[in-house]
Design a protein around this ligand. Structure first.
Ligand code: NAD
Length: 289
């Protein structure tokens, strides 16, 4: 028992009572792996009850199992964020189990890269649908739980939308993705303005090169199946980062880890960022400055 207790306390921070997000409820989309998984684990470690959502429900359940094993509370909800019935499905499940929602992290996404002159309409449409339309629809569905008029019952609430360095600077081969990730900042800023009066903060986090399935070599064969179509993931010819590799575009001279990406998301969700809204936090190791 004492071993179990010390294991659990090792997972919980002592920096802010029972954690920076103690008692709060967070929905994280695309949380079965990569950055979203790290966000779900870190939020749970900081006391949040986490709704772990992903296209891959089995993998999402594994993240929930991991959270529960460490003494936390989580729920898996499978589904495609782009599906018309997705927002209602996840909000219903969240409210049924936890009765409220404090944070939504719109993280689910993938790339469908082509040079602009060879980008077909379907590659444009699906990237816009997943990265812009889906977050918009999920946030809209959550409006009754976020726009709390009663000032006394207000809790720490925020929306965090995941963007990319490609959305800030453009990127070769990513006209669709860069456009979608740029749109995310407009969406975030509008929420900050419309919902600020209800105490809801809205922020964007723009990642640079984070080591996940999205940034591994395309030749490794990872793919996502979306609306019955297979989309290959990764970057053509990408090498496994060697420990002594140099990254002249990145001042910190290395890629980021998913846990480092998650730490930035935690900051934005936490009371440490209580006066931060409408901001785009670049988590890029300095790339693009
Ligand atoms: N890795 C990077 O360098 C990087 C850089 C900038 C932005 N991003 C963004 O970060 C987010 C997370 O990406 P990652 O690098 O962790 O990738 P990842 O492929 O490791 O994880 C993405 C997760 O999202 C899920 N997902 C994808 N489409 C979905 C859908 N339609 N419905 C539900 N779930 C879906 C996948 O199943 C997967 O579990 C994405 O929005 C991505 O665009 C990543």
């Amino acid at each position: 028992m004492s071993a179990r207790l010390s294991q659990v306390s090792g997972h919980l921070t002592n920096s802010y009572g029972r954690g920076l997000l103690a008692g709060e409820v967070a929905i994280v989309t695309g949380a079965a792996q990569g950055i979203g998984r790290s966000v779900a684990l870190l939020f749970a470690k900081e006391g949040a009850k986490v709704v772990v959502s992903d296209l891959d429900e089995k993998k999402a359940q594994l993240v929930v199992d991991e959270i529960k094993k460490a003494g936390g509370d989580a729920l898996a909800v499978g589904g495609d964020v782009g599906a018309d019935d997705f927002p209602k499905k996840i909000l219903d499940a969240t409210i049924k189990k936890y009765g409220k929602v404090n944070h939504i992290v719109n993280n689910a996404g993938f790339t469908f890269d082509r040079m602009l002159h060879t980008t077909p309409d379907d590659a444009w449409d699906i990237i816009m649908k997943i990265h812009v339309r889906a977050p918009f629809r999920l946030i809209r569905e959550a409006a009754p739980y976020m726009r709390v008029k009663d000032q006394k019952n207000r809790e720490n609430r925020s929306i965090i939308n995941v963007s990319s360095i490609a959305g800030l600077h453009g990127n070769v081969g990513q006209a669709n993705y860069s456009s979608a990730k740029a749109a995310v900042t407009g969406l975030t800023k509008t929420i900050a303005k419309e919902w600020g009066g209800f105490g809801v903060r809205a922020n964007t986090v723009a990642f640079g090169y984070i080591k996940t399935r999205l940034t591994q070599a395309k030749e490794q064969g990872a793919a996502i199946e979306i609306e019955g179509k297979k989309v290959a993931l990764g970057i053509p010819g990408m090498k496994e980062p060697a420990p002594d590799a140099n990254y002249p575009n990145i001042p910190l001279n290395r890629p980021g880890e998913p846990d480092e990406a998650a730490a930035a998301v935690l900051f934005l969700a936490s009371p440490l960022a209580s006066y931060v809204s409408g901001h785009t936090l670049e988590v890029t190791g300095g790339q693009g400055i």
